[in-house]
Design a protein. Structure first.
Length: 364
């Protein structure tokens, strides 16, 4: 691959990132069209998943697309959905060359988009910045290949791993800069998720605030018995901002009717051997609803459930410079480990300071 191809693909990836959290169930794709060393078209997947990145870039390029090179972060689609195939649109525009970062695992596309381009006489280059593209599209790929969304688990804790004092006081362990970063992370995910204990204790709104962002992620609460406050912030805003509640199959019928009446979407899920909601089944249900990226903000019991089942892809750990002590609430509930060798080892990918706090990101 040439330095030129790498440079323009990096730009396409940066454009695609603008759609993270806003395009599900479609991937957040970026596209750049270049002719004679000049960018003539740029596009990224629009909110809600349409128009696609290629369509937007071709619309900007117009007649200048003829003989140009298109850089696309994911294989152009080859199937008819609500819009015609992007592979056909590129062929109709008479581009000369298409550079693709990553193949599309969707069986309606996989290899067929590239085959259509080549059949139209277009040169296709594959695999340019593929690792970066795989990371960018990890949620979309996980939904199609593992039947679950990508899960980022965020934990904000003291230096000794406590998320609250013995009395439950937790606002605010971290400072303003860390909280702003959390809101930015929420915005890059399709949904924000907490357990029922957190919803009851904190009465959170789970929205993105103070960033000038209008489109809100889905709010998800896990509550086996549906015993959540019917007069809290989540209930009051369920009709305005999507609220989904994952609950047990035996939840009280009066509560299911009440929450449905408030505007929440209810997702009944089976229980696991521990009589709690089966985490794998719950994530499969959320994937079936179209979610590709979930930002889980705890609490400790939900974190332990997901970690114990091997369903967390990334940890975002915010640490504040204070100690709470053993009587405080741990950031992760019991995992039942007896040997150190049974503990999963995570790979550190980033550490940075956020005012008086630190953020460390770890991947499975």
């Amino acid at each position: 691959m040439s330095d030129t191809d790498i440079r323009y693909m990096r730009l396409a990836l940066s454009l695609g990132a603008r759609g993270l959290g806003r395009t599900w169930p479609n991937p957040a794709v970026g596209c750049v069209i270049v002719k004679g060393g000049r960018i003539v078209g740029r596009g990224w997947t629009a909110d809600g998943g349409r128009p696609h990145a290629e369509t937007r870039a071709l619309g900007q390029a117009g007649a200048q697309a003829r003989g140009a090179t298109a850089y696309v972060t994911l294989e152009p689609c080859a199937h008819h959905g609500q819009t015609p195939p992007c592979a056909d649109a590129l062929a109709a525009a008479r581009v000369a060359r298409v550079v693709v970062a990553l193949g599309d695992p969707d069986p309606r596309v996989s290899g067929q988009g590239i085959a259509r381009l080549r059949a139209a006489g277009i040169e296709v280059v594959e695999g340019v910045l593929e690792p970066e593209a795989r990371a960018a599209h990890a949620g979309f790929v996980a939904r199609l290949t593992r039947s679950r969304p990508l899960v980022t688990l965020k934990l904000a804790a003291s230096l000794d791993g406590r998320i609250a004092t013995a009395t439950g006081a937790s606002k605010w362990i971290t400072g303003a800069q860390a909280r702003r970063e959390v809101h930015a992370m929420r915005a890059r995910h399709d949904a924000v998720m907490v357990g029922g204990g957190t919803a009851r204790a904190d009465d959170p709104s789970l929205t993105v605030r103070d960033l000038g962002i209008a489109r809100q992620p889905v709010r998800i609460v896990w509550s086996r018995q549906l015993d959540l406050p019917l007069h809290g912030k989540l209930a009051a805003t369920a009709r305005d901002i999507p609220l989904w509640i994952v609950h047990g199959e035996t939840a009280d019928a009066n509560l299911t009717a009440a929450w449905t009446g408030l505007g929440a979407k209810l997702l009944p899920c089976p229980a696991g051997p521990d009589r709690r909601i089966d985490p794998a089944a719950a994530l499969a249900s959320l994937a079936a609803e179209g979610l590709t990226r979930i930002f889980c903000e705890g609490g400790g019991s939900l974190a332990a459930s997901l970690l114990g089942a091997g369903l967390v892809d990334e940890l975002a750990l915010f640490n504040a410079g204070l100690l709470i002590g053993a009587e405080g609430h741990p950031m992760v509930a019991a995992l039942g480990l007896e040997r150190l060798d049974d503990a999963r080892r995570w790979r550190l990918v980033e550490t940075r300071a956020l005012g008086p706090d630190t953020l460390s990101r770890w991947q499975a």
